[in-house]
Design a protein around this ligand. Structure first.
Ligand SMILES: [Zn+2]
Length: 465
């Protein structure tokens, strides 16, 4: 089965060229000058005319939470619905977080996540491991995780009593990661201090969603980020700060990077476009925007865009963690601490970042790099993913940069009853999406199937200094 994508502007992390892309089976066979294959008797089964369109490597969303347990409920997208929505938006790989409950083993957790995802995914997927219980046995199991293709381990400086790890536990896990080549991903917020602010707010009767933002100030993200960076420096472990939202945290990352430390960070579209004002929407609507770290004051946004330009923010992921407004977010009426944390987003990351290109905030090359190439390198998937080149998996998006669309829960494909970007009109849209050579989406029609997506055994980080 051969597919030819003709005459498009082929994008990479270094720029753009007009070229034809030949797909043979599941991989890219050739990238040639336009028309070069025409006289060469190459038989092609399907052709797409990509004139005037971008041809880019499929997106990699390195931060999703499908079917994630939280406060007695589960995030609303299954691996089936969540990867279908991802495909609609041009994301052909997700890396989801397997969540170790305290007292269980990492390998049984991994089995559990395989069971959830196996046979259900429309696009390829990998896992990170959330380590919430650091002890001799789980430290040893980190080696088996790496051998099983799970080379990154997330820890929490937030959520005392649930996922929280002490500095000592973090140090032990980082030492192990440094020994075995793993990467530590960190949720960097000072949860101990936050819990005090939360207790005071509730005692004073401040219980509405806006208080979620007030009780998690950006200084406590900055402080935790600095502390994580220091612990990583002492141990020699690579560090990847997840969902960076605040200028204070960005400064800490930039300083460490200037010193040559292997410290990296991602941000998410919600921190680039939404703000704490959304948390203040009336009639409990603010609950739709409750996630941690919280949405910040708007003045953080230009700093985050600058961080994307300078590569102090290397990756854009979504932290996709959808909870329906009805019955799920509503669990927190009268007590903001009971609102399930998370914002849906897996479907619109590529489009929202393309808006950054349209607005002149980032270049085309940075768009592709932050959404696809760098996550592939960061998480050991390159050059199988993250690039349009011979031999790479044929995960390809034909993107129409001129199309207009209005984001809405009425038309999105995520299994959630609201959109955080309801009514926002964006320029650009995925026209055709291929996952390993199979057409998954084409001009508004879905052709994918559950079970097409395969588990990706990832190598170690390929992005180290
Ligand atoms: Zn997350």
């Amino acid at each position: 089965m051969r597919t030819l994508i003709r005459g498009g502007t082929v994008l990479s992390s270094t720029g753009a060229v007009t070229a034809d892309v030949l797909v043979d089976g599941e991989t890219i066979a050739a990238v040639t000058a336009p028309g070069m294959l025409a006289g060469q008797n190459v038989e092609v089964d399907t052709e797409f005319d990509a004139t005037g369109k971008y041809v880019m490597p499929g997106g990699i969303d390195a931060h999703t939470h499908m079917e994630m347990p939280f406060g007695g409920t589960f995030s609303a997208d299954t691996f089936e619905t969540g990867t279908r929505a991802a495909a609609w938006g041009g994301t052909t790989t997700i890396i989801d977080f397997a969540v170790q409950p305290k007292g269980s083993s990492l390998l049984s957790t991994l089995d559990n996540w395989h069971e959830k995802a196996d046979g259900d995914c429309a696009v390829d997927y990998g896992f990170h491991m959330i380590v919430s219980d650091v002890n001799d046995a789980t430290l040893k199991e980190m080696e088996s995780c790496v051998a099983a293709g799970v080379s990154s381990f997330k820890m929490f400086m937030a959520y005392p009593g649930v996922f929280y790890s002490t500095d000592g536990e973090i140090l032990r896990a980082m030492n192990k990661a440094a020994d075995i080549g793993g990467t530590i991903a960190m949720h960097a917020e000072n949860g101990i201090a936050i819990d005090e602010l939360v207790a005071r707010a509730l005692a004073e009767g401040r219980s509405e969603p806006y208080q979620h933002g007030v009780t998690r100030p950006p200084e406590l993200e900055g402080e935790a980020t600095s502390r994580a960076i220091t612990l990583a420096k002492v141990t020699g472990s690579p560090l990847y700060i997840v969902h960076l939202s605040a200028a204070q945290a960005l400064s800490a990352v930039a300083e460490a990077r200037d010193e040559g430390q292997n410290v990296f960070a991602e941000t998410c579209p919600q921190y680039l476009y939404l703000s704490i004002e959304d948390l203040g929407k009336p009639d409990f609507e603010g609950a739709k925007y409750v996630a941690s770290p919280p949405l910040r004051e708007k003045h953080h946004q230009p700093d985050l865009w600058r961080g994307l330009r300078t590569n102090d923010l290397s990756v854009v992921s979504t932290d996709h963690c959808p909870f329906c407004f009805k019955d799920q977010k509503e669990l927190g009426r009268g007590d903001f601490t009971k609102i399930p944390n998370g914002i849906p987003g897996v479907e619109h990351r590529i489009d929202l970042l393309h808006q950054g290109v349209v607005a002149g905030e980032i270049s085309l090359a940075r768009w592709v790099e932050a959404c696809s190439t760098t996550p592939a390198l960061m998480f050991g998937l390159y050059p199988r993913k993250g690039v349009i080149a011979p031999g790479a998996d044929a995960d390809i998006v034909v993107y129409d940069p001129a199309a207009e669309q209005t984001i809405s829960a009425e038309t999105h494909h995520m299994n959630v009853d609201y959109s955080a970007y309801e009514g926002m009109t964006v320029t650009g849209r995925c026209e055709t999406v291929l996952s390993r050579g199979s057409v998954v989406v084409d001009r508004g029609t879905y052709h994918g199937r559950a079970g097409h997506g395969r588990f990706l055994e990832r190598d170690l980080c390929q992005y180290l200094n």
